[in-house]
Design a protein around this ligand. Structure first.
Ligand SMILES: Cc1ncc(COP(=O)(O)O)c(C=O)c1O
Length: 375
């Protein structure tokens, strides 16, 4: 099984030896290099305040993350905005787009709430309609559609949506395609230009192996000067140290969505984990993760489990959602967690999410623990 040999060095994720960690779709184990950057940055701020983190440093605080995220998504640094969470960036974007009464917003009923709530909130204010579909999303898109906002990987089952077809349908109807890549970025290669995506946001603390407290958004150039962010603050002005409250001129690029101070050290921390994943090659990580998922699916089927995640190549990720007849998955998950197999449940399914720090031994240990828990 040489293609499943470890690809990470022992010091990269020291915690991966303490448990069988199969819960990246909830929260990752953090790359140790990212943790180091955040801790050192925080310590330096605590000890030195503005002696080291002066105005010039604060202005440059996001530069490394702009560059790293641009390499991850194959775009330019000025097409990236940094925020404190995916939800914050999406909320600002939703107010910026503010679909009008008479228009509609298309998403799915399987979304994580944070992907839909910002649009629903804006729609309540403007009178736009929110359409939540399931299987036939493209059928919901019509000339009245202002925005299609979906996750490219659904958080419960790991199902991958056909982003290129959604982009085509959105473009044909004059709608924007907004992708929540929280369950894909870092685990699956993404090329925003090739896919025809208008905006993409991702959280940091799942497949990107970064810290909480930071998130990024890609914004296509045609939107840069068209959108006025829903959230603004002193950083929103094109020269942030201007500090005059009587004027606000937004930068002519995605950076206009950056508006305030934040846990700044998390930005270079996330840049460090993105650089690390890029060095290992996200395509290689994805193929290896799928092989781990295959081993798990095979073992689950041998145990008569129902596997709810798609297995055909175009529609799958490495998330595996499953359930067993006559078994309360929450109790099963509790027992697995007590046995050191870290998993979670979502809407009555048991969810496994192997990532680069797992190996075939982890899968075997999870299956053996399931046998023990079910007897
Ligand atoms: C698809 C998806 N989007 C967004 C989020 C939340 O992101 P954040 O915590 O950065 O707002 C989650 C968290 O589980 C998620 O699964």
């Amino acid at each position: 099984m040489s293609d499943l040999t470890p690809i990470v060095a022992p010091g990269d994720f020291p915690a991966s030896r303490k448990s069988v960690y199969l819960n990246t779709a909830s929260v990752c184990l953090m790359y140790s290099g990212a943790e180091r950057v955040v801790v050192e940055w925080t310590h330096d701020l605590a000890e030195n305040g503005t002696i080291h983190f002066d105005e010039a440093a604060e202005e440059r605080a996001f530069a490394t993350l702009h560059a790293s995220a641009a390499r991850l998504f194959n775009c330019r640094p000025e097409e990236i905005a940094v925020g404190s969470s995916a939800t914050e960036l999406l909320a600002s974007l939703a107010w910026a787009v503010a679909p009008a009464a008479g228009s509609n917003i298309v998403s799915t009923s399987l979304e994580f709430p944070s992907t839909v709530y910002p649009w629903a909130r804006v729609a309540r204010h403007t009178g736009a309609e929110v359409r939540l579909g399931a299987d036939d999303l493209i059928g919901l898109i019509d000339p009245g559609t202002a925005v299609v906002c979906v996750s490219d990987v659904i958080y419960i089952t790991g199902q991958r949506l056909d982003v290129a077809s959604l982009a085509e349908a959105a473009r044909r109807n004059g709608a924007l395609l907004v992708i929540d890549a929280t369950q894909s970025a870092g685990g699956i290669p993404i090329d925003v230009g090739a896919l025809g995506i208008d905006a993409l946001i991702t959280a940091s603390y799942k497949w990107l192996c970064g810290p909480f407290g930071v998130a990024v958004m890609y914004l296509a150039p045609h939107l840069h000067e068209r959108l006025e962010p829903g959230l603004v603050g002193f950083r929103s002005h094109e020269r942030m140290w201007d500090l005059r409250a009587d004027r606000l001129k937004l930068p002519p690029n995605a950076h206009r969505f950056e508006f305030s101070t934040m846990a700044y050290g998390c930005a270079p921390g996330l840049a460090s984990s993105i650089d690390y994943l890029l060095r290992l090659d996200v395509g290689r990580i994805f193929s290896r993760n799928k092989k781990l998922a295959d081993l798990l699916i095979e073992g689950l089927r041998e145990r008569n489990a129902e596997v709810l995640s798609p297995t055909d190549d175009g529609a799958r990720s490495s998330i595996v959602a499953t359930r067993f007849a006559d078994t309360d998955v929450r109790i099963l998950a509790e027992r697995l967690n007590e046995a050191g197999i870290v998993v979670s449940t979502r809407r009555n399914v048991l969810r496994f999410s192997p990532h680069l720090y797992n190996d075939s031994d982890d899968i075997q240990q999870a299956l053996t623990a399931i046998d023990r828990c079910l007897t």
